[in-house]
Design a protein around this ligand. Sequence first.
Ligand code: PLP
Length: 392
Amino acid sequence: MGSIQFRDLQRQYKYIKDKIDEKVFNVIESSNFISGPEVKELEYTLASYVGVKNCITCANGTDAITIALMAYGIGKGDAVFVPDFTFFSSGECPATIGATPIFVDVLPSTYNIDPVFLQKAVEKVISEGQLKPRAVVAVDLFGQPFDVSSIRAICDKYDLLLLEDAAQGFGGSYTDSAGTTYMACSLGDIATTSFFPAKPLGCYGDGGAIFTNDDKIALLCQSIAVHGKNTQDLENPDAKYNNIRLGMNSRLDTIQAAIIQAKFQVFKDEELDKVNHVAKKYTKLLSDIDGLKLPVVKMGMSSAWAQYTIQLPIGANRFEIRKKLKRDGIPTNIYYMKPMHLQKAFEGTRSSQANCPTTEELCETVLCLPIHPYLEDSEIKMICDKLKATLQ
Ligand SMILES: Cc1ncc(COP(=O)(O)O)c(C=O)c1O
C-alpha cells in the first residue's frame, strides 16, 4: 500500500506507460503538434463510443460550453438555467458571452438540477418579462447523469436548448424506461466534456470536447474553436485564414489527443468497472454510520464516479475531520464550498437572486473522499475506518 492520492495519476501511468510513451513519442517524431491526425482519430473514437455523430475537440471543458452556447447564438438578453451546485464554469460560460445564468437548486439525493425548481425558475423568468429563457446547462455532477427524462420534458415544453455539461460525466450512462442505454455526452441537444487530468478520462494538461448530432452546429463549433474559420470551405488550404465570424483559439493539441487515445481502451475496458467497484465498496463500508449521507445512484443511471461525495452529519466539524484525515495520510476535498449564486462574480446581478437551500446545506456538509480506479480494497477499508474513528 503506497501513499493515498485523491486521484492517482501516477499509478495509472505506470499501468499503461508503454502505450502512453509510444503515442507521445510518435507525435514528437512527426512534430505535427497542432491538428495532427491523432486529433481527428480521437474525435472519431469518442463520437462512436458516445453514440453521437460529431465530436469536436477543443482546449478545455470551459471553452467547450462557451463554444456550444455561441453556436446556438445565445447571448445578451438570454436566460440560461444552471444548477447552483456545480463548478464555476457551468455558470461562468453563459455569463461571459453576455447571457444571464439563472441558478436553480439541486436534488439532495443526486446533487443534480431539480426539475421542480427548474420549471419554477423558467416560469419566473417568463413572468418577469426581462429575459428570454433559452437554455439549460444540465450538469452530470460527480459523474452521474442529470434527471434526463424530467429535464428533457421541461426543455421541450419551453423550447429550451438542453446542454449536457458532462465534464465529470464522461463514461456514465442513462437507461430509459424502454431499456435503451444512452452514454453521457449524448443526453442533451449538445454536450460538452473536459479532459482535465483528474476527470474520468483525463489528458496530461487541459482538453475538452463538444458532441452533437447536428452537422450544421458541428461545423459552427469547429469554426468558432479556430478563430471563426470558414469550415464550409475545407478543401481550400487557406480556409483558416478566411475568418467569417468571431471565434477563439481553442484546439486540443496533438499530444493531448494521443494521450487520451492511449488511455481510452483501458478507461472503457477496465477503469469504469474498477471505479464502480471502489464506489460500491465505500458505500458498503460506510452505510452503518449514523447521520452520514452517501451518494445515491438512481435507477437507470450509471456513474463515472468523478467524485465520491458524502454529506457529514449536521453539526460535524468538517474542518477538524479533514485535518485528522490528512494527518492519517488521507486527502479529501470539498466540492463545492459556495453556491454559485453567492459567488462574488455574480454580486448585484440577476444571477445572485436565487433561493437554493439544498445547495447551501450541501456546501456546508459535503466531503469528497479519494476515488480512482487504482484505489485498493485495503486502502478503501483504511479510509473508512479512519473516517469512522473521526466521527466517534
Ligand atoms: C461541471 C464542470 N463543468 C465544466 C468544467 C470545466 O472544465 P475545464 O476545467 O476543462 O475547463 C469542469 C471542470 O472542473 C466541471 O467540473
